[in-house]
Design a protein around this ligand. Structure first.
Ligand SMILES: NC(=O)c1ccc[n+]([C@@H]2O[C@H](COP(=O)([O-])OP(=O)(O)OC[C@H]3O[C@@H](n4cnc5c(N)ncnc54)[C@H](OP(=O)(O)O)[C@@H]3O)[C@@H](O)[C@H]2O)c1
Length: 245
């Protein structure tokens, strides 16, 4: 799906959180190839500027928003800047996330707060902020990038698993509440993806056959282009040789 213009997405405004690298950057570029204008939000200015430039090189409009999405006010600012520069957000990809893998007794209240604020609350705040324009348009897509860790317990991942499990459930409740407003909500649950996050949390694992960021991007594009009379609430993506969830 990634790589070709998609009539239903062409000319729409997308906001991708955590769009500076990894899955978010691949998704921003796939959306631009599909014809969307894309706002790219994350903390590292050089990365969001670089992805925004790549979006522009594909012939679409873009804005880079430098922000810390672990804070509610920054989530609201990201949506406000995206909407002001590019028009009301029609496609929101809540992708920014963090992971610190450690036994529970080695994690802290600050770790708990960061996982919940970024992996869960940021999706809530950004989604609430885009709803007025989506509801007015009676159309919109919200994609929450969760994880296989939201569906299955793994050792040393209590905070990450809990935040992603909550995000999956939030997605389903939002899908239920928002369908009457023409807004579609999906959760994507990838297994381990070959990104910087995996460099940090799985440095020992070799990467043969791993999911690539572009694989997740094309799954997201598939969800966005689904026929309007059907819906997929959550979609899991795993390495071919990994166990089904
Ligand atoms: N990699 C995996 O194996 C895997 C598997 C399943 C699901 N996921 C999920 O996929 C999403 C993307 O992860 P990734 O693997 O692509 O990781 P990544 O390459 O590390 O990218 C994470 C992105 O989130 C941004 N981000 C982190 N903290 C932020 C903050 N406080 N405010 C704003 N932006 C922030 C990062 O930019 P800055 O640091 O510059 O802010 C970066 O753009 C995450 O939600 C992750 O949980 C990853």
């Amino acid at each position: 799906m990634a790589g070709c213009e998609c009539p239903v997405l062409a000319g729409k405004t997308a906001l991708v959180t955590g769009g500076g690298r990894g899955i978010g950057a691949a998704t921003a570029l796939a959306l631009a190839q599909a014809g969307a204008d894309v706002a790219v939000a994350a903390r590292t200015e050089a990365e969001v500027q670089s992805v925004a430039e790549q979006v522009r090189a594909l012939g679409r409009r873009s804005v880079a928003v430098c922000c810390d999405l672990a804070r509610e006010d920054e989530c609201l600012r990201a949506v406000e800047e995206a909407s002001r520069e590019l028009g009301g957000v029609a496609i929101l990809v809540n992708n920014a996330g963090t992971a610190r893998f450690a036994p529970m007794w080695e994690t802290t209240g600050a770790d708990f707060g960061l996982h919940m604020n970024l992996n869960l609350a940021a999706a809530f705040h950004c989604s609430r902020a885009v709803l007025p324009s989506m509801m007015a348009a009676r159309s919109g897509w919200i994609v929450n990038v969760a994880s296989s860790s939201g569906k299955k317990p793994y050792p040393k991942q209590g905070l990450y698993c809990a935040s992603k499990a909550a995000l999956i459930m939030l997605s389903k409740c939002m899908a239920l509440e928002l369908r009457d407003h023409g807004i579609r909500v999906h959760a994507v649950c990838p297994g381990a993806v070959d990104t910087r996050m995996s460099d940090q949390v799985h440095p020992e694992r070799h990467r043969q056959g791993w999911i690539q960021p572009e694989d997740v991007a094309s799954t997201i594009l598939h969800l966005l282009a689904m026929p309007p009379h059907i819906a997929t609430d959550e979609i899991s993506v795993r390495r071919f040789m990994a166990d089904p969830l």
